[in-house]
Write a protein that binds this ligand. Structure first.
Ligand code: PGA
Length: 252
């Protein structure tokens, strides 16, 4: 009943030519699959172009890596959710650990952005994840619960339907140390239970929860075969079309 999703977070990589090529290669080499949506998440400046390349593929969507917490006005350099919606963006990535640490984004700020995205009828890919210290101290469940309670739990039952959760342990991002499929499954089941405790079973079962953090062609199948892992948010391996396409072929 819930969607399988494969999202590629290109981060601050690729020049214009490379971004164009990567999108084209993914378009050519991926076949439309009934139950899997693809989300390409390039830098702001490539969004319009990637949206127009994907126009004939109803299974491929374009996402932004961020948006402003404000609706409009004197916020030099910021990009509003409404502007993104206007050019055909359907998803916005929020709460990524790189934004939380390098740009000091708090749960409060992330919640403001979530409201902007939902008010503009787009979908949020909400990231949460613990540090290695939290895990070693056995505080990882408490940490994720706090991140979720201080953000998406403020949404109504109607609004939460527009949220996809991405569990991304910080120690696994870009390190090659992926979580084992049982570590990931354990946390995904915990997150789903949390959603159930607030929004009920039906909504909990319909929300897609993605895994992110050094997911690649060799570990994707094992991760995606777990009951509560509905796909992946891929960083490094999304920059090579071959790897991304192989990950796409890893769904059970
Ligand atoms: P990674 O990044 O796949 O390179 O670990 C994932 C992410 O940060 O979304």
């Amino acid at each position: 009943m819930r969607k399988k999703i494969l999202a590629g977070n290109w981060k601050m990589n690729l020049n214009n030519y490379e971004a164009n090529n990567l999108a084209k290669e993914i378009l050519v080499n991926s076949q439309k699959k009934e139950k899997i949506d693809i989300v390409l998440i390039p830098s702001y400046i490539y969004l319009s172009n990637v949206v127009s390349l994907c126009v004939n593929r109803p299974d491929i969507f374009v996402g932004s890596q961020d948006c402003s917490a404000y609706a409009s006005g004197a916020y030099t350099s910021e990009v509003s959710a409404n502007m993104l919606r206007n050019i055909g963006v359907k998803y916005v990535l929020l709460g990524h650990s790189e934004r939380r640490s390098y740009s000091f984004e708090t749960n409060e700020k992330i919640l403001q952005k979530i409201h902007q995205v939902i008010n503009n009828k787009m979908n949020v890919i909400f990231c949460c994840g613990e540090s290695i210290d939290h895990r070693n101290e056995n505080k990882h469940f408490d940490w994720i619960e706090k991140q979720i309670k201080e953000t998406i739990f403020y949404l109504s039952a109607e609004e939460i339907k527009n949220v996809i959760i991405a569990y991304e342990p910080i120690w696994a991002i870009g390190t090659g140390n992926t979580a084992t499929s049982s570590q990931a499954q354990e946390m995904h089941a915990f997150i789903r239970n949390l959603i159930k405790s607030k929004y009920g079973e039906f909504i909990a079962k319909s929300i897609s929860i993605l895994y992110g953090g050094s997911c690649n062609p060799s570990n994707a199948h094992d991760l995606f075969s777990k009951n509560d892992i509905d796909g992946g948010l891929i960083g490094g391996a999304s920059l090579k079309s071959d790897d991304f396409i192989q990950i796409l072929a890893s769904f059970k």
